[in-house]
Design a protein around this ligand. Sequence first.
Ligand code: PLP
Length: 376
Amino acid sequence: MIYLDNAATTKPSESAFARATAFAMDKYYNPSALYAEGYALQGELKKARSALLCKIADEASFELVFTSCGTEADNHAIFSFAKRGNAVTTAGEHSAVLSAFAELKNRGIAEPRIAPLEKDGRVNVEKLLALVDEKTTFVSVMQVNNEVGAINDINKIAKLVKAKNPRVIFHSDGVQGYGKIPFRLAKEVDLYSVSAHKIGGLKGVGALIKRKSLVLPPYIIGGGQESGRRSGTENVFGIKQFEYATEEKFSTIREDFERIRAYRELLWSLLDKEIFTRLSGEDGTPYILSVSALGLRGETLLHMANDKGLIIGTGSACSSNAKRRYSKVVLACGYDEKTADGVLRLSFSHKTTEEEVKRSAEILNEVGQDLRRRMK
Ligand code: PLP
């Protein structure tokens, strides 16, 4: 089986898993306990925090709160800092952000404002800035779009937003960027969400990175873990596995970036252009190639490819809601429903091989041609 749905989730790193298993079987104590074995785990969590943080941020200015997933990190940021007035985000966001913004309106907390996208899926920065005014309390712009792979220059956007209103709290959903796009956080970015399972970590572990001077209110109240900001006995196994997977992923981040970009271009060069149209821009993340098979249903192609041993995503991945037939993000890029209906998302991990890429192209061409013949 060839797996090209890595933007949805990646296979856990086996070595990180083995190391974390050995760790957790030996050090299974409660990190909040007063006895030495428990207390020592606080040091281990501190090590993990530092290992994750130092890869992208200055530890003197930023700190990290562990969460149960990227969605929780996004929700924690939004519901902590979007206040009376308005809050601005983009039409390209994951539902973890967009649904939370809708909830801001439902709860009468803030007026959500949604900035439109460019054709390649990046936010239209000029239009985003036009939505920011003196009543804006919070702005959220994702780093890498999970459907088409467009990259927003969040450091630059954060600076522009703060130049317009310095009181704004700026958040970025970095779930598809962390460990894949070489970069460092600028001081203008106040909050940044990450998720373990996109880079060889386990599902159910994430983190919210925050500027140290920003006071983050608690999201889950109880035993006071995570300095009182996120109570609940820490997922020591998941956190250590995330730490080890992160060390592994960042050790080759630049080589992976170049190699996977070459694979993305190889895959595109091998696809039948009579059938597939490319949606992902060349400047987007190397890890996602989004294409559309015009006049064909992406979902049907997904099942046909699955039968031939290839796992891929469609435009509306992450949503099992049948009503959501068309990807809102693809429509927001300006494509019509026919294009949105045929979307396939092909997403790589640093473990993807050239042979897998070549075989995937063959399978996609076969199923595309087959379905087209049947539709005639
Ligand atoms: N944000 C983006 C951009 C994502 O792609 C995802 C997952 O697909 C999430 C947030 C949610 O992350 P998690 O699955 O850890 O809740």
